[in-house]
Every structure is written in structure tokens, then in C-alpha cells.
Design a protein around this ligand. Structure first.
Ligand SMILES: Nc1ncnc2c1ncn2[C@@H]1O[C@H](COP(=O)(O)OP(=O)(O)OP(=O)(O)O)[C@@H](O)[C@H]1O
Ligand SMILES: [Mg+2]
Length: 503
């Protein structure tokens, strides 16, 4: 990122938009770049409170009469020497005709001069008039090397405690995804100060990080206790996932394997899509972050939704390797499929930025998306190459249902020999995994109310009392199946698939 900024500055890009909430760190990077340039450049910073002040100078050494955005830009145009001009938080003013115009004047006047304007702001807002002239750059969150500086500084201030390389790496990794200020705070809070490193300290750093990530409200750290063995059936899908459990290691890169990009799991409601996505985290030993698309949308300010999405993706990248879980993708991007101009095009813009990100991402963020209404998904998602694989999760076959009964009964009772799983599987034709679980729970309630242990018959009664979704929504399920048979890979084992055709 710093490299990219450096190139843009040297290539005399007149207008660069740096999206960040870390002003201090970004200014430092720019000043470092400026010092290394030949000839060195002076850096000036504009704020609406102080006008233009040279970087590193006290705030009162301000250039006369440069508080208003237009006056500041006028001043910048008048400068004869090379320089980098940072305008902080110009976004509330940028739509004003005079501001937009003076920025365009500035760009025109920079031709052949070593001058750049950098707009620095936590939200991206570019008026149409400037869209062609501006390059938008995301200021990435600190990497391991930068966090190492924070940690070293913190330790030096606290009686110079030494850490083993391993302990240090654990602490650094735990703070990935935080800003510089946040990581400082977290190290302070975890009292990474005296004695030997304890697991507790790493845990505190991690749990603080989870809270900070939760606070932004769009990403959520998921903790799942279940392992992939809690999922019945879906053998093909499980095999695919197991094969890739070391896909993000150095060894896989050396072997010449590409990094998996992501997968889409389509399927009938209640058949374990979300469950399998969540358990992949433990299978792969990677953290999983849920991206709540509903919260990305924010109509309070133009550009706000885009900024939200950017920030979330940036956080996910900085924690990588990681799994980014988008549950119910069809609901998230529903608006962008067809008509949807009701929100001024926000959802299609969001959709566009998400696709671009997926296309271009180099960082090991594995996107795991689930959906059950294919017709609502924009076609671009389903195009080959977007995801590594699209799996279709159908209603469970008799074998799979046995497996699911087994799992859910074993979860609740130690000895399940009294249950005839084969019969239960037979009686639950058309039931989803979730409905099977519900039937067991209903049977238990029934027996519990009568103060006795639940039996095979209770479960059968519960099954009989339920009308499964596959029957109430038969048309939808059939349509989905027909669609998926041709375009997606079945998640059940091929044997199970074969048996299904016989039924
Ligand atoms: N194949 C399965 N094996 C074991 N349990 C299952 C299976 N499928 C569903 N379940 C049970 O049903 C619950 C709900 O399933 P899950 O949320 O994963 O369904 P889903 O496919 O994501 O449905 P939806 O499309 O409605 O989001 C699970 O938490 C689990 O307890
Ligand atoms: Mg689900």
C-alpha cells in the first residue's frame, strides 16, 4: 500500500483519495515517502480548524487565511515549489460547487509540477465531476512489522521486558486487524508488561480484538463449538473441505497450489448450510468472521455504505488467513439483481465493489457464502471462476437422515440403542436436518411433560405431526433442485445421489 502510494506520488497523480481513520499513521507514511523523494518534498496539512500548516510544525504556524476549503486550494495552486498537500476531512465540503471547481482548477494547474493533493478521510465521497481525476486508495491496517514496532515501544516503556520470538509472534498475530491506536490500547489493557508471557495475555488481546471488531457492527467473530462431525451426510462437501484444510499454508504455496478463493453453498432451508460453514473454521484452524450485509447499508450519508463495506473487508484482510462468512447472500444482494433503483443505486454499487474485491483480492480471505433463493442472486455470482465451487445441499437421503438422527440423539442421550434409526429415517422422508432436530425436541417435550423418558414412538408421533417445508413449499424446492442439478455440484456423496434418483 505504501509502495502504491509512493508510485502514485512519483507518477504525479494530482489527486489521491486516501480512505482511512488513522490520520496520524497515514501522515507519517506520507512524510516518510516525501523525505525519500528526490528532491525532498514539503508536506502541508489542511484542516477546517487550523487551515494549512506544514507537517511537523506547531498548529499556530498556519498559513494566513486558508481555513475555507477554496482559499486553501487557491493557496496550494499558488505554490511554486514541489509539495504534497493533505486535505483532511474535506468530505463534508467536497460537494459544494466552489470546492469541486477549485479542485479541478488545481488539478489542471499541477501539470508538469511535482505537486499532489491527498484527500484524507474515513469516508469515501467523490463528486461525479472528479471521479475521472481521482485515484482512491485504502490505507491498510498495520501489518505484523508495524505492530511489532508498537509492541516493542510498549515493552520498552515497561521496563524493557523480553519476549521469546514465539510469544512475540502470538501477541502480534492476536492484534492483527486493529489500528495502531487500538493495538496500543489492547497491549496496555492486557498488561503485556512483566514476567513471562501467559496464555491469558494473548487471550485478553484476542477478546479485546473481538469486541473492537464487534463494535463496528458489521463484522462478527463467530465462535462455534461444533466440529464438522456434527454435520450429517454431505460427504462430498465435507471431503472437499477436508482436502483443503492445509490450503493456506506456506507448504501449499511451495507445492504450487493457488489459494482457494471461496465457495457458495446453495440449498434447501434447514439442511446444514450455515452449520457446515461455521464448522469449517475449526476444521481449517482459521478464524471466521461473519459479514452482516444488512448492516453495511446505511442511508444516513452518501458513500457511507461503501465505506462500511471497505472497512469490513479491510479488517478481514488484515486478520487473514481467515474465512469470511456471508450467510444468506441472496438476501444481501437481492436489490441489485434487477429493478432495484429504489435506493439510489446503493445496493448495485455495493454489489459491484464486492465483486471487484473478490476478483482482485490477493490476501488469503476465503469467502464462504450461503443462499437458498438462486433466482434472487445476481448472475455474476454464479459465473465460473468467481467461486472455486458451487455446492448444492439437497434434502437428506435416507442414509443421511439416519446419520442426522444419530448425531442429534447422541448429543442428547448417552445410550441410543433403543432407537431404530432405519425406521426413523424411513418415516422422515422429505424432512430437513433442522426438522429432524425439531421432531426430536418435540418428542422430548412430550415425554418430559408426562414425566417419562422419550421413545421411538414419541419421535414417530412428532414426525407425523409435522408437515415438512419440502411439502409446503414443494414448488420452490423442485425449482431449486432442477436449477442446481445442472449448475452446482451435489454436496451429498455420489452414492447417496444415486440412491436419491431411485426414490
Ligand atoms: N446435515 C445436518 N446434520 C446435522 N444437523 C443438521 C443438518 N442440517 C441441519 N441440521 C440442524 O438444523 C440446524 C439448522 O441448520 P442450518 O442453520 O445449518 O440450516 P441452513 O441450511 O443454513 O438453513 P437456512 O437456509 O434456513 O439458513 C442446525 O444447527 C442443525 O442443528
Ligand atoms: Mg442458514
Amino acid at each position: 500500500m505504501k509502495e502504491e502510494l509512493n508510485i502514485l506520488i512519483q507518477a504525479q497523480y494530482p489527486l489521491i483519495y486516501l480512505v482511512t481513520s488513522e490520520e496520524e499513521r497515514a501522515e507519517q507514511s506520507i512524510s516518510t515517502i516525501a523525505q525519500l523523494l528526490k528532491p525532498q518534498r514539503r508536506v502541508f496539512v489542511w484542516t477546517v480548524t487550523h487551515g494549512i500548516v506544514e507537517y511537523g510544525q506547531p498548529r499556530n504556524v498556519t498559513q494566513h487565511n486558508t481555513v475555507s476549503p477554496e482559499a486553501a486550494i487557491e493557496w496550494i495552486i499558488r505554490q511554486r515549489e514541489p509539495g504534497i498537500f493533505i486535505l483532511k476531512d474535506l468530505h463534508p465540503f467536497i460537494d459544494a460547487p466552489a470546492t469541486t471547481r477549485s479542485l479541478r482548477d488545481a488539478i489542471a494547474s499541477f501539470k508538469g509540477m511535482q505537486k499532489n493533493i491527498i484527500l484524507m478521510s474515513p469516508v469515501q465521497q467523490v463528486p461525479i465531476e472528479l471521479e475521472k481525476e481521482v485515484v482512491v486508495l485504502d490505507f491498510t491496517l498495520p501489518d505484523m512489522a508495524e505492530l511489532n514496532k508498537v509492541l516493542t515501544h510498549h515493552l520498552e516503556q515497561n521496563r524493557g521486558r523480553r519476549l521469546t520470538t514465539e510469544a512475540r509472534e502470538k501477541l502480534l498475530r492476536a492484534a492483527l486487524g486493529l489500528t495502531k491506536d487500538e493495538s496500543e490500547k489492547v497491549y496496555r489493557k492486557a498488561q503485556v508488561t512483566t514476567g513471562r508471557l501467559t496464555e491469558d495475555e494473548v487471550d485478553i488481546v484476542l477478546s479485546e480484538k473481538k469486541q473492537l471488531i464487534r463494535r463496528n457492527g458489521i463484522l462478527e467473530y463467530i465462535e462455534e463449538d461444533e466440529t464438522i462431525d456434527a454435520v450429517g451426510g454431505l460427504e462430498e462437501l465435507k471431503k472437499w473441505l477436508k482436502q483443503r484444510s492445509n490450503a493456506f499454508t506456506e507448504r501449499a504455496r511451495e507445492y504450487g497450489l493457488p489459494q482457494p478463493k471461496g465457495m457458495l453453498i446453495l440449498g434447501v432451508p434447514g439442511c446444514g448450510k450455515s452449520l457446515i460453514a461455521k464448522t469449517t473454521s475449526r476444521l481449517w484452524g482459521l478464524p471466521i468472521l461473519r459479514l452482516d450485509m444488512g448492516r453495511v447499508y446505511d442511508g444516513s450519508m452518501v458513500g457511507r455504505s461503501e465505506a462500511n463495506l471497505r472497512n469490513a473487508l479491510k479488517t478481514a484482510e488484515s486478520i487473514s488467513p481467515t474465512i469470511l462468512f456471508i450467510d444468506e447472500l441472496d438476501k444481501s444482494f437481492a436489490g441489485s439483481a434487477g429493478s432495484g433503483d429504489s435506493d439510489g443505486g446503493t445496493s448495485s454499487r455495493i454489489f459491484g465493489s464486492f465483486l471487484t474485491w473478490m476478483q482482485e483480492k490477493k490476501s488469503p480471505v476465503f469467502v464462504m457464502a450461503t443462499a437458498n433463493r438462486v433466482e434472487r442472486l445476481p448472475g455474476e455470482f454464479l459465473r465460473k471462476g468467481r467461486f472455486d465451487e458451487i455446492f448444492f445441499v439437497d434434502l437428506p437421503t435416507p442414509e443421511e437422515r439416519q446419520d442426522i438422527f444419530n448425531i442429534h440423539l447422541t448429543k442428547r442421550r448417552e445410550d441410543i440403542a433403543r432407537f431404530d434409526l432405519e425406521q426413523l429415517a424411513k418415516m422422515s422422508d422429505g424432512f430437513s436436518g433442522a426438522e429432524i432436530e425439531q421432531a426430536i425436541v418435540a418428542a422430548m417435550y412430550e415425554a418430559f411433560a408426562q414425566d417419562r423418558e422419550f421413545t421411538q414412538l414419541d419421535i414417530i408421533a412428532a414426525l407425523k405431526a409435522t408437515l415438512p417445508l419440502s411439502r409446503t413449499m414443494q414448488e420452490q424446492v423442485t425449482a431449486l433442485r432442477d436449477w442446481a442439478r445442472q449448475r452446482a455440484r451435489p454436496a451429498a456423496s455420489s452414492v447417496a445421489e444415486y440412491q436419491r434418483m431411485e426414490f
